[in-house]
Design a binder for this molecule. Sequence first.
Ligand code: ARG
Ligand code: ZN
Length: 870
Amino acid sequence: QPIQLSDYKAPDFLIATTELDFDLAPETTRVTARLTITRNAAYLGANDAPLVLMGERLKLLSVTLDGQPVTDYTLTDETLTLASVPDSFTLETEVEINPLGNKTLEGLYMSSGRYCTQCEAEGFRKITYYLDRPDGLSKYRVRIEAPKAGFPHLLSNGNLLETGDLDGGKHYALWEDPFFKPCYLFALVAGELDVLEDSLTTMSGRKVELKIYVDTGMRDRSLYAMDALKRSMLWDEQVYGREYDLDLFMIVAVRDFNFGAMENKGLNVFNASLLLADPTTATDMDYERIESVIAHEYFHNWSGNRVTCRDWFQLCLKEGLTVFRDQGFSADQRGHAVARIKDVRALRARQFPEDSGPLAHPVRPSSYVKIDNFYTATIYEKGAEIVGMLKTFVGPATYRQALDHYFATNDGTAATLEDFLAAFEAVTGDDFSPWLQWYTQAGTPRLHVTSAYDANSKTLTLSFTQATAPTPGQPEKSALPIPIRFGLLTAEGEKQMFTRDGILAAESLFILRDASAELTLNDVKHAPVLSILRHFSAPVVLTVEEPTSHAFARFKGDSDPFNRWEAAQGLAKAIILSETPDEDLIDGFAQGLEASLLDEDLDHAFKALIMGLPTESDLAQSLSPIDPAFIHRNRKAFKTALSLRLYETVHGLYTSLTPAETFSPDADAAGTRALRNALLDLMLAGHNRGAENATSVNLAFRHFETASNMTDMVGGLVALMHVQDRPYKDALDIFYARFKHEPLVIDKWFALQAGCAHPDTLARVRTLSQHPDFDAKTPNRWRALVQSFANNQSAFHAPDGSGYDFLVDQVLEVDAFNPMTAARLVEPLSRYRVYAEPYRTNMKKALQTITLSPDLSKNVLELATKALAD
Ligand code: ARG
Ligand code: ZN
């Protein structure tokens, strides 16, 4: 039965202190929980509710209340109920669990011989009976006991109080976390680990020990993560005034993990793929993600841990805000324009499709079956966009005041989105209730702009209209406040000033509050080219009524780098999606791209981005019904056309960029590598039609073979995919032979092959699923093959439906032991209604196969059912 936001009720009981004793054994771990429980004062006298604790897959051994054995309780698969309890008491339970047999990777489980936990959202109930809800804050004391051999490190949240030896070759550690926290932030890790140690002095002069725990032998690969951690800690002090609050901060990297990382108080747990890096095994993209996820989890210490969520409907209170904070950090580290473009590209690739399909949901959903299904791009990325709009609206200084106020007034509590908006109201005195609609209304608004210029009076009238299409359960939509940052150019792409309300400006911000509005600008000297939604100031789909020449003007000279990139994207999209290629348009685009590539004022990272054609999934959003084969064919043809037209320039520029002698992961060096690899890829796109065939293939192979870092190796392999035969296959074999003992690199080897747009990819993917290195029980490996394949638009959408069949088999297989991970791959099938035939029918059939199969998890069932609902 779905859980409803409107049913929220404060807990009947509070647990002031939580004492946990773990006696670790792979298949028979004993967990003793001593809880001091009181009836919630809010209900005292008016409530004799039973005590209902949640627990799953626990073997209950004993229950005592104030020291007296209890036998009068009710057990179900999901609860332990004591019908009548006093107003204040101590409850002790003892359970046995099986970490080794736990393949859900939720609760306490084993990964590579180590114990580790994952509790968010509702995994704590797989460890012990508890009030497993985020608004139950408690103080934790944790004792861990395990054999010394194999488990030298025994870690939990907070401060280490005590360690000691025990009989029988065992030892123990006692931890105490001085901060009240919800149980989803509990963590425990035990095992053999290498540790990288460092320290940092905070702004108030406190010294914090920093420790990163990794697989034995991997310490050097955690140096970059440590560096990123220190930069994150300083940034949060400088930019948000947030200081770390414990004397110890630990991170542990594990190989088996259902997602990226987890912000457990004082003891973050990371997927090893988002922590370990060195030049020979990690790409620049890996470095970039490590930096941003380290920051994200660290930032949660305030936005998430000190101020947590009242209920899981408020998930974006911590996630949207924390993503916005980590995006700000990355932008400061790596450049604002480039970072913004990448964030928007990701938003469009993942969130926009979600928001327009059957799984569309508000950033604050109103109901769910499994909350794990709502760790979505909408809650994370759209949630971050909303915070960004609020900042744009109030300005940076007021934003900082509002955030200070938010942290000060909600510290140590479990808050709501209303509390977040109340902070903006408190510091501005304005009414922010219209902004709440962004959280409660699903769907991507469409913003349409027309303009009228009067050359005599030099006035420009802009007309804005917004509309949002219905989404499941929300047939009617309201107008939302949309911040629109804009400027004007001349027809030549030069900056053009204007006056608005008597004030001279080069750029301005307009807030569209209603369904439509007009704005008049004066002193517009030349017929203008509009540059609307600069820096992508709102997560909307923008259409502007204008001639194509205006997009070329922005492509040429928009001083807003985002809109310059956006102009190129729009033009490329128009070319690719037209039935017959418009040679003039292609020529114009090629010239525009050439000019950008030769522009000395643009940095390499930006040039690499502007060369990137819209992805097939991005293009699909502009085509109705979606025909993946058409998109693939046309995109490829356009890339080939560009390759042939720009060969000289591209080749020349490529040759002029010599790789640096020593590797540095910094943004400039990474930007140069990105550009060099993008140039190589474009050169190879035309290889089988151009005279330079053999030359460029040799060049790419040499690029791969002589690469001194993983970025260039992958760059070479990606370029060689255009060849698809001998040199490409040789390169894959060389790659495998060289890295067969490096699981994180072999993940890439699987992913690259599954992502290749070649007709025989499905056959290869099937073969790879039988490869001795393939393991569906390790989510990283499974996703490397299966998710990469599902994202590979042309291979996945085989007209005969065979790609869908493969996905269904995989989802069902994994659902049997890891529902959370399996459910993530229902989404690629969900939007069948917007596809052309035969895709549509085949996708629907695949979804039906899922819903009809026996023993489905709630996770997969919820998504597949929603996808099929009318
Ligand atoms: N809070 C974690 C993060 O964003 C993610 C937890 C994901 N949990 C889940 N059940 N999907 O950093
Ligand atoms: Zn997060």
